[in-house]
Ligand binder design. Structure first.
Ligand code: SF4
Ligand code: SF4
Length: 455
C-alpha cells in the first residue's frame, strides 16, 4: 500500500495511540524506521482490554501491522506480549502464519508495556531521555490502535471506518466484572451499570490501570466522565483503599513526609525503569531537594522532568511508603508553569542498564503491594456493546491541539460523521491533532469543548 494513502486513511479515521497519552497516529506513523513493534503486553494489572482485542481481531491486527511495516519501511516487525497470555499467543501465531512477523514473549513484569522499556526489550536500544522510539529507529503501536487502523483501512469487511468505538475493562468491586465495547462519549456511569454497579457502599474509581490511572473520588465526579479514545479501564475500589489514600495526599503532606522519612536509600532511583534504561535520572535527589523545599533552586531537581509517571518508585520501591512519583508530578507541573525545561545530559549510561533483568518488578508482588490481589483473578465477562442514548465526545482526546468543531447545535449526525477537524497551526501547517467523529446517530445538543449528541 502506498505510504501516503496509508497515512491519509489513518488521519481521516482520527486514530490516536490507545495505550498511552493519545499521540495522533498519522504523525507517528510518518516516520521511517527499521523496526515496528506491536504492543500487546498489557502491563497494568487488572486490565484485559488488549487481550480481548487480540482474541477477537488477531487477523485484522496482523494485517494492519504489516501495512504499518510497509509504510514505515521497517525490515523487522515484532508483536510483543507476555508469555503468560497463551491464548493470545496461539491466535496470533495462527494469524501470522508465514508472514514476516516475529513474536517477542516477555515475562510478567511491570512496566513491560512501557514504550521505552519495550523498545529496549526487543532491540536492545535505549530511547534517549525525553526522546521518542523513532530516535532509535522504532515505531511502537498498541494492538488496540492497530485494530483501529485495520478498521480505517477497511480490513474489517465494512469499508473504511473511523475511530468511534472503544474497548473498556470494568473491574474491581463491581457485581459483574468484564470487558465491553462503548461508543466514544458514552458516560462511564453506563459502563459501570453494564458491569452490575459497585459492590461497595462508598466507591471511588480509577480511570485506566491501577498504576497510572486517574483517581475519581465520587459517583458525582464519575457522572461527568465519558469514554474517550484512551480509556482502557474503569476500576471500582472502596473509599480509603491504599490507591485512594495514595492519590489524595496533599503536596504539603508529601513534603513533610519526604523531609521527615526519606532515608536517601536510593531504592526509588535504582528500581526506576528510566534509570535502568541508562537515563541520567536519580529520583532520590528530587526527593532530597523537595524535602528541603529547594526543588526550584537545586539543579538536579530538573531530573523530575524525565519521570514517566510509571509509579514503580512509590508503589514498589520505597521502603518508607513515600511518593516520589507524585512529588515528581508536582515538581514537573511547577517547572512547566515557569516554562523551565530540562537542560541536563541526554546520554545513555549503559552501566546502569546491566541491572535491568534483576530489577524487573514481578506483577504478583506488585499486586500485593497495591492491595489488589483479591481482584486479580476475577472473571472477565463479555458485557456486550453499549448503546447510549446520549454521548459527550471531547474535542481533545489526544496530545496536541483540540479539534475544531464542524457541527453546530441542531445538526443531525450519523455514526462516523466528522464532528471535529484538524486546525491549521500558526505556521500554516496542520496542527498536531486528530479528527473526531460522531459515535451514535442523533442531534447535536451543544458544542463546547465536547460535542454532545442525543438520540
Ligand atoms: S526509596 Fe523512599 S526512602 Fe529511599 S530514597 Fe527513595 S523516597 Fe527516600
Ligand atoms: S514514577 Fe518513579 S519509577 Fe517511574 S519513572 Fe518516575 S521516578 Fe522512575
Amino acid at each position: 500500500m502506498d505510504k501516503q494513502a496509508f497515512l491519509d486513511a489513518v488521519r481521516a479515521a482520527g486514530i490516536v495511540g490507545e495505550g498511552g497519552a493519545g499521540f495522533p497516529a498519522h504523525v507517528k506513523y510518518a516516520a521511517t524506521v527499521d523496526t515496528v513493534i506491536a504492543n500487546g503486553c498489557e502491563c497494568e494489572p487488572l486490565l484485559h482490554t488488549d487481550q480481548h482485542i487480540i482474541l477477537a481481531h488477531a487477523a485484522e491486527i496482523v494485517r494492519a501491522f504489516l501495512a504499518l511495516k510497509e509504510a514505515t519501511g521497517a525490515s523487522r516487525a515484532v508483536i510483543a506480549l507476555k508469555r503468560k497470555y497463551t491464548q493470545s499467543i496461539a491466535v496470533l501465531r495462527a494469524a501470522i502464519g508465514s508472514a514476516p512477523v516475529e513474536l517477542a514473549l516477555l515475562d510478567n513484569f511491570y512496566p513491560a508495556g512501557d514504550e521505552q522499556t519495550l523498545v529496549r526489550e526487543v532491540t536492545g536500544r535505549s530511547v534517549p531521555p525525553l526522546g521518542l522510539p523513532l530516535h532509535v529507529g522504532c515505531v511502537v503501536a498498541n494492538v488496540g490502535t492497530l485494530y483501529s487502523v485495520a478498521r480505517a483501512l477497511g480490513f474489517s469487511g465494512q469499508g473504511p471506518q473511523p475511530f468511534v468505538m472503544k474497548t473498556v475493562t470494568v473491574t474491581g468491586d463491581v457485581a459483574n466484572p468484564g470487558v465491553l465495547e462503548a461508543p466514544l462519549g458514552t458516560p462511564l456511569m453506563e459502563c459501570l451499570a453494564a458491569a452490575g454497579g459497585p459492590r461497595v457502599s462508598d466507591p471511588v474509581f480509577v480511570i485506566g490501570g491501577p498504576m497510572m490511572g486517574r483517581m475519581v473520588e465520587s459517583v458525582d465526579a464519575l457522572s461527568r466522565e465519558t469514554v474517550t479514545k484512551t480509556t482502557g479501564g474503569l476500576i471500582v475500589l472502596p473509599r480509603g483503599h491504599y490507591l485512594h489514600r495514595n492519590a489524595t495526599q496533599s503536596v504539603e503532606r508529601m513534603r513533610r513526609r519526604a523531609a521527615a522519612a526519606c532515608i536517601q536509600c536510593r531504592s526509588c532511583s535504582e528500581q526506576c525503569p528510566r534509570h535502568l534504561l541508562g537515563h541520567p535520572f536519580e529520583t532520590h535527589r528530587v526527593m532530597r531537594a523537595f524535602g528541603a523545599g529547594q526543588e526550584m533552586v537545586i539543579e538536579c531537581a530538573k531530573q523530575a522532568l524525565l519521570c514517566c509517571d510509571c509509579g514503580v518508585c512509590e508503589h514498589f520501591a520505597c521502603p518508607m511508603g513515600l511518593s516520589p512519583r507524585r512529588i515528581n508530578q508536582a515538581v514537573k507541573a511547577e517547572f512547566r508553569a515557569q516554562k523551565i525545561a530540562y537542560d541536563g545530559p541526554r546520554d545513555i549510561n549503559e552501566a546502569q542498564t546491566t541491572w535491568r533483568p534483576m530489577r524487573r518488578v514481578p506483577v504478583p508482588r506488585l499486586a500485593s503491594r497495591l492491595d489488589i490481589v483479591r481482584y486479580m483473578d476475577l472473571p472477565t465477562a463479555e458485557l456486550g456493546v453499549l448503546q447510549p442514548s446520549r454521548v459527550s465526545i471531547p474535542l481533545r482526546q489526544h496530545i496536541g491541539a483540540p479539534a475544531v468543531p464542524v457541527v453546530k447545535p441542531g445538526d443531525k449526525v450519523q455514526p462516523g460523521d466528522l464532528i471535529g477537524d484538524i486546525p491549521v497551526g500558526q505556521d500554516g501547517k496542520p496542527a498536531l491533532c486528530a479528527r473526531v467523529h460522531a459515535s451514535i446517530s442523533g442531534v447535536v445538543q451543544s458544542v463546547d469543548g465536547a460535542v454532545v449528541i442525543a438520540k
